[in-house]
Write a new protein. Structure first.
Length: 123
């Protein structure tokens, strides 16, 4: 059985400027999953850098409220909602609330650095 504690995961600043903790990744664990799973946070008023992945991605909002941008679409997102991001879509998320925006990121197939393109600083 594999069990991992979020508090024991190393916190990193991802290329898109999200504070991230990897929960499941074939790179870091002896787990064999097709997907990767990470816990992400964005501080109030901040927006992530535009980026795109070759893989599809799903965000599940745990806390807060934000504006999700996928290609030319923008949608307000709240706790309890899921966002599907198709492969190769330009994406970013903005925290429009007063507390941290907290969400899970599921990338399928699993995230790899060479499959991500950071578009630059977001507005």
């Amino acid at each position: 059985m594999f069990v991992k504690d979020l508090k024991k995961c190393k916190e990193i600043i991802a290329g898109d400027n999200t504070t991230l903790r990897e929960l499941l990744s074939h790179r870091n664990e002896d787990v064999f999953t097709r997907y990767s799973l990470a816990h992400a946070t964005v501080k109030p008023g901040e927006i992530t850098h535009e980026h795109r992945l070759k893989s599809s991605e799903v965000y599940y909002i745990l806390q807060g409220e934000g504006e999700m941008y996928v290609d030319y679409e923008k949608e307000k997102v709240l706790s309890g909602q899921v966002i599907y991001i198709p492969p190769n879509s330009v994406q970013r998320i903005k925290n429009i609330g007063t507390c941290e925006l907290v969400f899970l990121c599921i990338v399928d197939p699993a995230w790899r650095a060479e499959d991500e393109e950071i578009k630059g600083l977001a507005e």
